[in-house]
Design a protein. Structure first.
Length: 281
């Protein structure tokens, strides 16, 4: 009779993980775990929230913006008092786009497929759905903290004109949340990372350029503008700009409704993707 003690295999135990409804306690446990084990969490928030956006704000909002403001028709076309007021909230929103893509591709694949961290997590008393929601939520939480810092920078630079701007970080964080849910759902369904560079070229770069952050969509072909208005990046830019300028109206509510609907679909896509990937691991 062998006295060897059999070591449990986490991968074989994944099937025993819960698939039931999500609970706040389960989400809190996973978020706490992610907070503790995320390296350089403060440095990444500082760089994403202040250093990088502030560089573009100074280069474009103050540098190029002074040239745009010299034109009599420039600000009238933009619908703001200055180019700085136009581009500042836009930078806040498109930073969410870059963050969502950056955190939802290789880092997400690493947690699930390479480091297999979430396979071990699935053995604990948490559900696969809780893992998915906590992962996407952690991406959004970190960016919202960064967005709050950048909103302070915008206020100091004179790029906001309303106290509604205190809600702009939530709008930018929601943009990151919706995009992260969709991208994470895609990522966990891939066998490898071969398609990730293509997704950056065909997804992140067009959203960055044609979101209305740098110039009005009236300046681009109608077909491109129509497609841009379907993306979370455009809705995020418009909502952040509405809040920064205090022009909250029915159009702002449309942006909120868009995020609620697309966010729910994206989160469902992420949850089913995580459940499938963890079960098949």
């Amino acid at each position: 009779m062998s006295n060897a003690v059999e070591t449990p295999n986490p991968e074989s135990a994944v099937d025993a993980s819960r698939s039931g409804p999500m609970t706040l306690s389960g989400l809190a446990r996973i978020l706490e775990h992610l907070y503790v084990r995320t390296p350089a969490k403060y440095r990444s928030v500082l760089v994403s929230g202040v250093v990088s956006p502030a560089f573009f704000l100074g280069l474009l909002g103050l540098g190029l913006g002074s040239l745009v403001d010299e034109r009599q028709s420039g600000t009238a076309t933009l619908g703001t008092g200055s180019y700085l007021e136009f581009i500042g909230p836009g930078l806040l929103a498109i930073s969410a786009v870059l963050w969502a893509f950056g955190q939802s591709l290789w880092p997400t694949a690493g947690e699930l497929k390479w480091d297999r961290t979430y396979l071990l997590t699935a053995v604990t008393p948490v559900s696969k759905a809780e893992i998915a929601v906590a992962h996407v939520g952690w991406i959004a939480i970190r960016f919202t903290a960064a967005a709050a810092l950048f909103t302070v920078v915008l206020g100091l630079a004179g790029a906001v004109t309303s106290w509604w701007a205190v809600l702009a970080p939530l709008a930018a964080g929601t943009t990151a949340l919706v995009l992260a849910a969709i991208i994470c759902g895609y990522t966990v369904r891939q066998e490898n990372e071969d398609t990730f560079p293509m997704l950056l070229r065909l997804g992140a770069i067009p959203m960055f350029l044609f979101s209305g952050a740098f110039f009005p969509l009236s300046e681009v072909p109608a077909g491109v503008a129509w497609l841009a208005r379907l993306t979370p990046s455009w809705h995020g830019v418009e909502l952040c700009r509405d809040l920064a300028q205090g022009s909250v109206d029915a159009g702002s509510l449309i942006h909120v409704a868009y995020f609620l609907i697309v966010g729910a679909i994206g989160m469902l896509y992420a949850i089913t993707g995580f459940e499938q990937a963890i079960s098949e691991a």
